[in-house]
Design a protein. Structure first.
Length: 421
């Protein structure tokens, strides 16, 4: 999943910085964090598809450990901002301290801003035991032999993870699980109600040339090569002759069709966004009237003026995976973390703070907001079936085709540069 823009980690204790930047290169910005930043900025108050068990040619033959031993006393975690909170930023936001008390494993952590940054950090160093990886990173880590398969039998809380998040093509290779799910969310269609007599039901309002031109200069799109998959989803329904079966498995012809569609869209796009706060401000100012948004952003906006929906073609989305480094010297504490972060209470704390549905089916009872799980469609199978989770485009087609070479993430990155041109 991800934005390749340069990232400077903001100082979240500085309110000016908090207002000017958003976490997780735009995607990751929890309800509380957005609300605080919006208040500082002075703006108005404002979360499956795809084959499972995919085989990749670069996956290593490593085996999962069969038993655990004594705690090593420490674990180093590499994650998105907001995933490993110990109360140092906000004393009311802390799920790390309980982990340390329960396990005796002292946590050190580092945040990163893009999946490319995370890949380079893991590749160049053996300092990290655990990494939280999005779908556009997981297969890269697996193929490079940088992470190890996990024995889910040694992770008791894994049994309560929603079944639809298990054994997916972004976390499972050759039948081996390479981590445990954290949570999940969707990239939805946001719109200004004043510009629509009826709620839109299709992505055609941003992709159809005639319809999108009505909002010329006021259409918005997510600023990342992975957004190409959103165009592919639209083409799956509206150009079935292309025979796209998975939006992350595009051969040259299919990729060209998606790129051509996005080049047409470019004429109507006012701004490609990677900052969630700026997106909220753009909608509120009227500079943007329709485009891709997230539930966590919409939650902080005036629902009488703005709407959000899951279009009929389906949506892209994310489900991050906690993975263990193949170079770790702290295997026991790493497994302890994977089990803990998927425990009902900790999973509720982390995902509610962040603004996404939890992975553990029992987490909802621990949410501070009784409406949290309903808002993020936790466990809603009908909603979840519409989500094509971000995945890593690789040359071996993850839709099962053997007689054709698919385009990889490098090619998607080049194509994205052409689209924005």
């Amino acid at each position: 999943m991800m934005n390749t823009n340069n990232w400077i980690e903001p100082d979240w204790n500085n309110t000016d910085t908090a207002a000017a930047n958003s976490r997780r290169h735009g995607r990751r910005h929890g309800v509380a964090a957005i609300a605080a930043a919006v208040a500082v900025a002075g703006v108005l108050a404002v979360s499956g598809c795809g084959a499972s068990g995919t085989s990749t040619s670069g996956a290593k033959a490593a085996q999962a450990v069969q038993k655990l031993g004594k705690s090593e006393g420490k674990v180093s975690i590499l994650a998105w901002p907001g995933y490993v909170e110990d109360g140092s930023d906000d004393p009311d936001v802390d799920w790390v301290s309980d982990f340390e008390k329960e396990t005796g494993c002292e946590v050190t952590s580092k945040t990163y801003g893009t999946s490319d940054e995370a890949y380079n950090l893991v590749k160049s160093s053996d300092a990290y035991d655990v990494v939280a990886a999005s779908g556009d990173l997981t297969l890269r880590l697996i193929n490079a032999g940088l992470v190890q398969p996990v024995n889910t039998g040694l992770i008791p809380n894994y049994k309560d993870v929603y079944s639809f998040l298990k054994n997916r093509d972004f976390n499972t290779v050759d039948g081996k699980s390479y981590g445990v799910p954290h949570g999940y969310g969707a990239n939805l269609l946001m719109y200004n109600k004043a510009d629509f007599s009826e709620a839109p039901t299709s992505w055609d309002v941003v992709f159809d040339k005639a319809k999108a031109s009505k909002f010329k200069g006021k259409v918005t799109a997510y600023d990342s090569p992975i957004y190409i998959a959103d165009a592919a989803i639209y083409l799956m329904k509206h150009k079935p002759s292309l025979n796209i079966k998975n939006p992350y498995a595009l051969d040259e012809t299919q990729l060209k069709a998606a790129v051509d569609l996005l080049k047409e869209q470019n004429a109507n796009v006012g701004e490609y966004w990677s900052d969630s706060l700026k997106l909220a401000q753009a909608f509120q100012s009227g500079d943007t009237v329709v485009g891709t948004g997230w539930q966590v952003i919409y939650n902080q906006m005036d629902s009488s003026k703005f709407g959000i929906t899951s279009p009929e073609e389906g949506v892209t989305g994310w489900s991050d995976t906690w993975m263990i480094s193949s170079k770790t010297k702290h295997t026991n504490c790493a497994y302890q973390w994977l089990n803990y972060i998927d425990s009902p209470k900790a999973n509720a704390q982390a995902t509610e703070y962040f603004g996404e549905a939890p992975a553990n089916k029992n987490a909802c009872q621990y949410a501070t907001d009784s409406k949290f799980c309903d808002i993020y469609h936790a466990g809603d199978k009908d909603f979840e079936k519409k989500i094509w989770y971000w995945n890593t485009p690789i040359s071996q087609c993850i839709d099962g085709r053997k007689n054709v070479k698919c385009t990889d993430y490098t090619e998607w990155t080049k194509a994205w540069q052409e689209i924005k041109g």
